[in-house]
Design a protein around this ligand. Structure first.
Ligand code: IDP
Ligand code: MG
Length: 155
């Protein structure tokens, strides 16, 4: 068991649809700790890196265009084994098939406009947090709620 940090993006469709608060609230209610948050406009360079695994897909161009349509909210969340926990909260990529109760399952219908991004492994989470945040933009503070979120032997 280890404390992990993971990257979440509130995607352009969610910004337009007024879902920022709802999405942030899902992670807050789960008991995660917000350690970084900012609004930013993505450019082609960061998207080429971020979606490198999709570079040869036919939809890569439209995906990049979608992600640059308007700003996104980048967030870094912290918690015990939270990379996996956050992926589960988000649900699968194809939102209309995502499990009810998950963010995508409850809030989206599209494969591409699926309201959130979340890191898919501990290794990628480390890279992605560094990609979107500078050192001084990630905050270290005590979240007293953790005493109630976790058992003593888990912390
Ligand atoms: P993930 O976001 O669930 O990790 P990835 O396979 O890493 O899914 O794809 C990244 C993003 O690319 C997806 O969230 C979605 O916005 C978009 N995407 C993935 N597959 C497709 C597709 O088949 N058509 C259009 N967009 C897609
Ligand atoms: Mg992915």
């Amino acid at each position: 068991m280890s404390m992990e940090k993971t990257l979440v993006l509130v995607k352009p469709d969610a910004i337009q649809r007024g879902l920022i608060g709802e999405i942030v609230s899902r992670f807050e209610k789960k008991g995660l700790k917000l350690v970084g948050m900012k609004m930013m406009t993505l450019d082609e360079a960061i998207l080429r890196e971020h979606y490198a695994h999709l570079a040869d897909k036919p939809f890569f161009g439209s995906l990049s265009k979608f992600m640059m349509k308007n700003p996104v909210i980048a967030m870094c969340w912290e918690g015990l084994e939270c990379v996996n926990a956050v992926r589960l909260l988000c649900g699968i990529t194809k939102a209309r098939s995502a499990e009810a109760g998950s963010i995508r399952g409850d809030l989206a219908m599209s494969v591409s406009c699926n309201v959130v991004h979340a890191s898919d492994s501990v290794e990628n989470a480390g890279k992605e947090v560094k990609r979107f945040f500078k050192d001084g933009e990630i905050f270290d503070y005590k979240k007293t709620e953790f005493e109630h979120v976790y058992a003593e032997d888990e912390m």
